[in-house]
Design a binder for this molecule. Structure first.
Ligand code: ADP
Ligand code: MG
Length: 619
């Protein structure tokens, strides 16, 4: 096998990321569009915004490596996103360009284009020939350009240059090069030579597509241009660079769009490979090191040596501005986004005047995730009528189905859980440390204020404070007791102390120096024995406990997937179950209701409470 420079190691991502560009195609004012105007628009060369489906008065702003607006020409897309990576192919490196997005958003236009407006494929092939022809003879290399054209359909690899062939295997050689034994590789000597092979194969595919239920939107079309260069003199080194140009299957949810003819298997295969691709792109673009799951689908397996590692990869996400694409646009943007931000300003529609929408949210929000506004509580039974009533506006006609909204929510959950997987532990640790430091500072301040207050009152009314007879305030008393002093600087929650008169009749009492143990006892009082030794401490702890409980309850009721996972003993599965429970039942009125969540036994609940309360008070 020819040598490939800087081969990716196949498992780790090194430094390479996938450059993400978004292309918005022009608005197509068809008869059935109801003149609604666009729901998404560009802001500048890297940013765009889309109406927030949760709240019509907000937009969600997305940031990408590049944004190509409606007026961007085929030439401009090529020059900015594709041309710069092509010289690497001649140096034995790999590259991939793929068009992602829902059917009808412009993937084929971007990749293939028309005779009048040729797309990335003809332009890139032409450019590769130009680059080879421009090579200086004196450099001492001979170049050979070959092409293969294949399709992945239903997780089967099919050779478009040899249509009778069956599903081809994907293999990896010892140098981690990905190979497809049996795949036709035709040597081409010029652009017209390329055209001669490519056009009939494309036509074949298109003809088949109309017969086969628009198969083209359900398969990935992959053109491979291979440049092999060989040294003329000994040792006759050989290097191979591969360029994959991919028109992906439509990213719309085929089950949602109710494609009746589509078989479950077919739809599953599309969703699987695009989902796998999203995980790979995410893993490559995330800040933390981690395994890149190339092996999860044929598509990602095939692209393994040309996506990430030392390869040069560009994803052009195609989106359409019409409202009927809203769900799919939203999905595509979330897949591709580098970052997003909710912007609190109305989306001014410039093309069509529209009635003002009531700023109702379609349903209860339970995901933080940066895409929504403050939580808004609604019982499930109210949701349907709310949707039926308020979403009568033409703009939300495509969002008014409960199933669409459900899917938006499920989608966000899924995206968050995948995106977070790698970064989760790092971010969680960081957030926790920051929170702890902040809490510690606040508690220290509050504690100092409290002790000062108590000290004042104790001076005024010393006979009414039996617990403080020998010391004006706990802080002073603790000075004489090293153990207690240590306990005092523990990160206690900010709390509202009761008046000093009441402190002496506190129900439960906790020795501050044994805080850990006693706090867990408070969760599950062991023997009901009271310890009147330090009523001030007791009161403080009780308030701490109450506050911790409130805090846990608050997270259970309003926390995002990520926040739920920030709780002790809550992993992916439990967080999802809690979100699911909230979806159906609204919110938890008390913590004990948590045992109603699937898999949460009384014992687990007790252990959950102990762990979280101890964690909340800083152990
Ligand atoms: P997809 O391959 O994603 O299903 P197509 O490329 O077939 O979408 O585009 C759908 C329609 O929109 C086609 O009629 C195409 O010509 C048109 N179109 C897409 N993008 C553009 C664009 N940037 N400018 C003009 N027309 C476009
Ligand atoms: Mg297409």
């Amino acid at each position: 096998m020819a040598q490939r420079l800087n081969a990716p190691d196949g498992g780790s991502k090194k430094n390479s990321t996938v450059r993400v560009a978004v292309r918005l195609r022009p608005y197509m004012n068809r008869q059935d569009e109801k003149g609604e105007g666009p729901c998404v628009r560009g802001l500048d060369s890297q940013n765009l915004e889309i109406i927030n489906w949760r709240n019509a008065t907000e937009t969600v702003k997305y940031h990408f490596d590049a944004f190509h607006g409606e007026q961007t020409s085929q030439q401009e897309v090529f020059l900015s996103s594709v041309k710069p990576i092509l010289p690497h192919i001649l140096n034995g490196q790999n590259a991939s360009v793929f068009a992602y997005g829902p059917t009808g958003a412009g993937k084929t236009h971007t990749m293939l284009g028309t005779r009048e407006q040729p797309g990335v494929i003809p332009r890139a092939v032409r450019e590769v020939f130009n680059l080879v022809n421009a090579k200086d003879e004196d450099e001492g290399w001979d170049y050979r350009i070959g092409m293969s054209y294949l399709e992945i359909y239903n997780e089967k690899v099919l050779d478009l240059l040899s249509p009778s062939s069956q599903d081809l295997p994907i293999r990896e050689d010892k140098d981690k090069n990905i190979l497809i034994p049996g795949l036709t590789n035709t040597t081409i000597s010029s652009f017209s030579d390329f055209d001669k092979h490519f056009v009939p194969a494309t036509l074949n595919r298109t003809t088949a597509s109309t017969k086969l239920n628009q198969r083209s939107s359900r398969s990935h079309a992959i053109l491979l241009i291979k440049v092999v260069r060989t040294q003329r003199t000994v040792p006759h080194r050989q290097q191979t660079g591969k360029l994959y140009l991919v028109d992906l299957a439509g990213s719309e949810d085929n089950r949602r769009t109710g494609n009746q003819g589509i078989r479950l298997k077919e739809s599953g295969a599309i969703n699987l490979s695009l989902f796998a691709l999203s995980k790979v792109v995410d893993a490559l673009n995330s800040a933390t090191a981690g395994r890149v799951p190339y092996r999860d689908s044929k598509l990602t397996r095939l692209l393994q040596d040309s996506l990430g590692g030392s390869a040069h990869s560009v994803m052009i996400t195609n989106i359409a501005p019409e409202y009927k694409y809203y769900f799919d646009t939203f999905t595509a943007l979330n897949f591709a986004a580098k970052s997003k931000l909710v912007v609190n300003k109305p989306f001014t529609r410039e093309t069509v005047a529209v009635p003002v929408l009531p700023a109702k949210r379609p349903r209860e929000e339970h995901e933080g995730g940066g895409s929504g506004s403050a939580p808004h509580k609604k019982k499930q039974k109210d949701k349907k009528s709310e949707l039926d009533g308020s979403v009568s506006s033409a703009h939300y006609h495509s969002l008014s189905e409960q199933s669409v909204v459900d899917r938006l929510i499920a989608l966000e959950k899924m995206i968050m859980s995948c995106r977070d997987k790698d970064e989760q532990s790092v971010l969680r640790d960081l957030a926790r440390s920051r929170k702890e430091i902040q809490e510690l500072k606040e508690k220290q301040k509050e504690f100092e204020r409290t002790t000062a207050r108590l000290s004042e009152r104790a001076k005024e009314n010393s006979t009414e404070l039996p617990g403080f007879k020998n010391s004006a305030a706990p802080l002073q008393r603790n000075v004489t007791n090293p153990n207690k002093q240590r306990a005092v600087v523990q990160p206690l929650q900010v709390c509202n102390l009761q008046p000093p008169q009441l402190l002496a009749v506190s129900k439960q009492s906790v020795c501050v120096k044994e805080k850990k143990k006693k706090l867990s006892d408070l969760v599950e009082p062991p023997d009901g024995k009271e310890n009147m030794e330090n009523p001030w401490g007791s009161q403080l702890e009780e308030a701490v406990l109450d506050q911790s409980k409130q805090k846990i309850l608050h997270i259970l009721n309003t926390g995002s997937f990520k926040e739920l996972k920030g709780l002790q003993q809550i992993g992916d599965k439990k967080a999802k179950l809690i979100l699911g429970w909230r979806e159906i039942h609204g919110h938890f009125t008390k913590l004990e209701e948590l045992i109603k969540v699937e898999g949460m036994t009384q014992k687990r609940f007790s252990s959950f409470m102990k762990a979280n309360i101890l964690s909340a008070v800083g152990k």
